[in-house]
Design a protein around this ligand. Structure first.
Ligand code: GDD
Ligand code: MN
Length: 248
């Protein structure tokens, strides 16, 4: 049948899941186990790319063990020598990705892999260029953050909404699904490299006319290890926000 023939020529979607890690020894086995569980259930081909930045806690050794367990097709290791920042870790990961879709998420269990199949479903519904997990719409939320951290996140989102009107409800979140070619174009057009990268990506997406789907997610604060977000990142964020405001 014609329809079936056309179907079989179509390339099968593959998902490359990027996991940047810095001192995530305790979290990595659990997050990978969960990803495998939910992705196997979804039935889509996938790979998990671990980008470790020379973590002193031995995260890379743990990753090697996990690669032995799950196989080098599923767990791909693309480490770097030293801590070079989250933004460039993604860029590094994209270069090695073999999927036509890319999922970006944190490795510290703040982002639950159960949402990935929901992102995929949403993407297919509207053929979206990117799907963004949102803590600030529908059933989304944040759990376990102290007042200061909530205030920082809310303020960052509020100011960005106010100044740039990006048409997405969670700008600083980093649990997202992208078409690979879209992500590559976005990365090319982004100037920031630190935490603020997430915010700039969604602003540029809107600017370049890409379609954005949203899926409510619950963000749960990490149990093991600590956040790498500090005062200097907050300062960087403010600086970049003003830069984007002035230039877009
Ligand atoms: N390779 C690499 N290099 N990984 C890094 C680096 C780095 O320099 N810095 C952080 N990571 C990894 C962490 O190991 C973790 O998997 C993920 O990036 C997020 O880092 P966290 O330190 O846990 O970030 P957070 O919880 O403070 O911030 C989260 O929420 C913010 C907004 O609410 C992240 O999702 C941010 O991207 C997000 O903007
Ligand atoms: Mn975290």
């Amino acid at each position: 049948m014609g329809g079936e023939a056309a179907e079989s020529v179509r390339t099968i979607d593959k998902y490359s899941i990027l996991l940047p890690t810095y001192n995530e020894r305790e979290n990595l086995p659990i997050i990978i186990w969960l990803i495998v569980r939910f992705m196997d259930k979804s039935g889509f081909p996938y790979e998990i790319i671990v980008i470790d930045d020379g973590s002193p806690d031995g995260t890379l050794d743990v990753a090697k063990k996990l690669q032995e367990i799950y196989g080098s097709e599923k767990v791909v290791l693309r480490p770097r020598e030293k801590k070079l920042g989250l933004g460039t870790a993604y860029i590094h990961g994209i270069k090695h990705a073999t999927g036509n879709f890319i999922v970006i998420m944190d490795a510290d269990l703040s982002h639950h892999p159960k949402f990935i199949p929901q992102f995929i479903e949403k993407q297919k519904l509207g053929n979206y260029d990117l799907v963004s997990g949102t803590r600030y719409a529908g059933s989304g939320g944040v759990y376990g953050w102290d007042f200061k951290r909530k205030l920082v996140s809310r303020t960052a989102n509020f100011l960005t909404q106010l100044l740039l009107r990006p048409g997405a409800s969670d700008l600083t979140g980093s649990f997202r699904l992208y078409k690979k070619n879209v992500l590559e174009k976005l990365v090319e057009s982004c100037v920031s490299k630190g935490y603020v990268f997430q915010m700039e990506m969604i602003i540029r997406a809107r600017q370049l006319g890409y379609s954005i789907g949203e899926v409510p997610i619950s963000f749960v604060d990490r149990v093991y290890g600590e956040s790498k977000l500090g005062g200097s990142e907050i300062f960087q964020f403010a600086k970049s926000l003003l830069y984007l405001f002035a230039t877009t």
